[in-house]
Design a protein. Structure first.
Length: 318
């Protein structure tokens, strides 16, 4: 009989032998561990399709997931089971039954209760939105900029084939990159080009922002973004002069998004650059912004997909 070695796993596991002549959909679960029974009730005797349908919420979705499992040999998705939010992950494997008979197939699956982490994630995202509103109130001119940074960062992280959770998180936390500007709002609001001394004070917003979120559990990505988004690949950035991969990936992504939006948008002290001129600056530099400031791989992805970023800017301006 198929089973997991992890009988004492802290998450629920089950296994089911795939019997010749019986479809995977109708294959019955033949083994569950104690944790599975405690968390979700007894699943033994239920078919794979019944379990997938219950977790996904519909029989049609269950069939869709089953087809994916057949074609890929594995499956992972989130849903609900026994009133809990769960992460389901399974695989189809072959094993030697007894050394005499030919190998058999079975489905091994784990079901993790992620209810608490799901609720925590909602709270964290809610905190992120509240902090964003505070930053927007402090500087209305960059409020819309804050909104767009999420979209640019989501796109660039997706193009970089980052993990799903990373993409989801950066699309929520990128908006906090300038949260530290709350502490320098009076200077930022000045309707003119800032002096050197004033600019040096404004640069401290990266430090202030990092301090605001540093000790908040679950906001580690937000800390990296707020503290490092002005660091540069060549080491010429601030506040610490980090270089290359010393800078977190999320901050490297937001750095490109931030500069792009700043160049193509109107500010109290400047007119918006055209999209063509902005691209030229990223490619050739203009003294202030240089290609060497950015992760070269991310910069290439950005330039190769430049029209997609323009589309986001145009859409978010409406």
């Amino acid at each position: 009989m198929a089973k997991f070695d992890a009988d004492f796993a802290i998450f629920g596991v089950f296994a089911a032998d795939v019997v010749e002549g019986i479809s995977i959909a109708d294959t019955q679960i033949s083994y569950t561990n104690e944790s599975c029974i405690e968390l979700f009730g007894e699943l033994k005797g239920k078919t794979i399709l019944e379990v997938l349908s219950e977790i996904s919420g519909s029989r049609d979705k269950g069939h869709e997931l089953l087809d994916k499992c057949r074609s890929e040999g594995k499956l992972a998705f989130e849903g609900k089971l026994a009133g809990k939010i769960v992460k389901y992950h399974s695989r189809i494997i072959e094993y030697e039954a007894d050394g005499i008979h030919p190998s058999m197939k079975c489905i091994q699956a784990g079901i993790t209760d992620i209810t608490e982490s799901f609720i925590l994630k909602k709270l964290l995202y809610g905190t992120s939105k509240a902090l964003k509103r505070a930053a927007k109130a402090a500087d209305e001119d960059t409020g819309d900029h804050v909104e767009r940074i999420n979209h640019y960062s989501h796109l660039l992280a997706s193009l970089n084939n980052c993990e799903k959770q990373f993409i989801e998180d950066i699309s929520q936390f990128a908006q906090l990159h300038d949260i530290g500007k709350i502490n320098v709002a009076d200077i930022i609001r000045l309707p003119r080009k800032l002096t050197v001394d004033e600019m040096n004070i404004v640069k401290n917003h990266a430090v202030y922002g990092g301090i605001m979120v540093k000790d908040l559990t679950g906001l580690e990505m937000a800390y990296n973004i707020t503290h490092e988004h002005h660091e540069k690949w060549d080491g010429s950035g601030y506040p610490e002069g980090k270089r290359e991969e010393e800078i977190s990936l999320e901050a490297r992504i937001v750095a490109i998004a931030d500069v792009f939006d700043a160049l193509v948008s109107v500010r109290p002290y400047k007119k918006a650059f055209s999209y063509d001129r902005t691209r030229q600056i990223f490619e050739e530099g203009d003294g202030r912004v240089m290609p060497g400031h950015f992760d070269p791989n991310l910069l290439l992805l950005f330039l190769d997909n430049y029209e997609k970023f323009i589309k986001i800017h145009q859409t978010q301006l409406k």
